[in-house]
Design a protein around this ligand. Structure first.
Ligand code: SAM
Length: 288
C-alpha cells in the first residue's frame, strides 16, 4: 500500500510475517486476520494449504508460492514488489514463519533493502511442547529438525551431549523411531516428553524416558507431527566430566597451556584450579 509519510513520499511496502495456527484454526489472531485482509499479496509456503485457511476465513487475495526451493528467485521478486510499495504477508504451512519454515532469508533481504518487516506473532509448536513437557523451560535450545542422514544426525546429537539446557526438536512420524534410537545411543537414558497433535483433537503429551519411548514405538506406530523435548545433561555429571578431562595432562602442562595463551602466572594458576575443581594453593604447591 502506497502512503505519504510525514517526511515525504514513502512508497515502500511492508512485509508481515503472519503466524497461523498449528492445528486449531481458532488460534488465529484478530490482527493476523486483519493483516491478511489488508495486504495486497500473500506469499505462502504451500498455496493450496494457504487457500484452505483463507477460504475458511473468507479472505480472497492474490497468492504466490515462496518455499525452500524457490526462495532465491521469489525472494528477489518479493523484494521488488515491496520496494514498489506492495504490502505482503508471508504465511507458512503452520505456526510461525522463520521457525523451521521459510522466512529467515526474506527477513534478511528486507533488512538489506531497508524494507520494513514485522510480524504478527502466534503459535510455535516448539514453545507449546516445551511448556507442556514438564521439563525445565527456563533455559532451552531449539534444534529444529535433526539432519536426515544417520551419520550427520549422530554427529549433531554428539554436540548436544553436554548441553545443560533443555533440548527441543521437531520430528516427523516416519523418522521418530530412528531419532529416538540415535538419541538414546548418544545421550543415554534421559527424561523426555513427546508432544503430538498439539492444539488438535487428539493432542497428546507423552512423558517418559528415551528408553521407554523406544520400547513404546516397538509396539505403537508414531502418528502425527512431534515436538521432542529432552532434559539437559546432568550438571553434576558434566562438572565431574569436565574435571576428569584434565587428568590426562600434568599440572605443569595445564599451567603452561594458559601461560602460552598469554595469561599472567596468578591468572593461569586460578584457571587450572577452576578447571580441576581444586584450590589455588594445591596447584601452586604442585608446580614448585
Ligand atoms: N513454523 C512451525 C512452528 O512455528 O512451529 C514449524 C514448522 S515445521 C516445518 C513442522 C514441524 O513442527 C512438525 O514436523 C512438528 O515437529 C512441529 N509441529 C507443527 N505443528 C505441530 C503440532 N500441531 N503438534 C506437534 N508438533 C507440531
Amino acid at each position: 500500500m502506497v502512503f505519504i509519510a510525514e517526511e515525504g513520499l514513502n512508497i515502500k511496502g511492508t512485509l508481515y510475517l503472519v503466524a497461523t495456527p498449528i492445528g486449531n484454526l481458532e488460534d488465529i489472531s484478530f490482527r493476523a486476520l486483519r493483516i491478511l485482509k489488508e495486504v495486497d499479496l500473500i506469499a505462502a509456503e504451500d498455496t493450496r494449504h494457504a487457500m484452505k485457511l483463507l477460504n475458511h476465513f473468507q479472505i480472497k487475495k492474490p497468492l504466490l508460492s515462496y518455499h525452500e526451493h524457490n526462495k532465491v528467485n521469489k525472494g528477489n521478486f518479493l523484494i521488488e514488489k515491496l520496494l514498489e510499495g506492495t504490502d505482503i504477508a508471508l504465511v507458512s504451512d503452520a505456526g510461525t514463519p522463520g521457525i523451521s519454515d521459510p522466512g529467515e532469508d526474506i527477513v534478511k533481504l528486507c533488512i538489506d533493502n531497508d524494507v520494513k518487516v514485522t510480524m504478527i506473532p502466534g503459535a510455535v509448536a516448539a514453545i507449546m511442547g516445551l511448556v507442556l513437557s514438564g521439563i525445565s523451560s527456563g533455559r532451552f535450545v531449539f534444534e529444529g529438525f535433526l539432519p536426515m542422514h544417520k551419520k550427520n544426525r549422530k554427529e549433531k546429537i554428539l554436540l548436544l551431549k553436554d548441553e545443560l539446557r533443555t533440548i527441543v526438536l521437531y520430528e516427523a512420524p516416519h523418522k521418530l523411531k530412528a531419532t529416538l534410537n540415535d538419541l538414546y545411543e548418544v545421550l543415554g537414558d534421559r527424561k523426555i516428553a513427546l508432544a503430538r497433535e498439539l492444539t488438535k483433537k487428539y493432542e497428546e503429551i507423552i512423558y517418559l524416558s528415551l528408553n521407554e519411548a523406544i520400547l513404546k514405538y516397538q509396539i505403537d506406530s508414531p502418528r502425527g507431527e512431534y515436538v521432542v523435548v529432552i532434559e539437559g545433561a546432568n550438571p553434576l555429571e558434566a562438572i565431574e566430566k569436565n574435571k576428569s578431562k584434565w587428568n590426562d595432562i600434568s599440572f605443569e602442562e595445564h599451567y603452561q597451556m594458559y601461560i602460552s595463551e598469554g595469561l599472567e602466572k596468578k591468572a593461569a594458576i586460578k584457571k587450572v584450579a577452576q578447571d580441576r575443581g581444586i584450590s589455588k594453593r594445591e596447584v601452586y604447591n604442585s608446580l614448585i
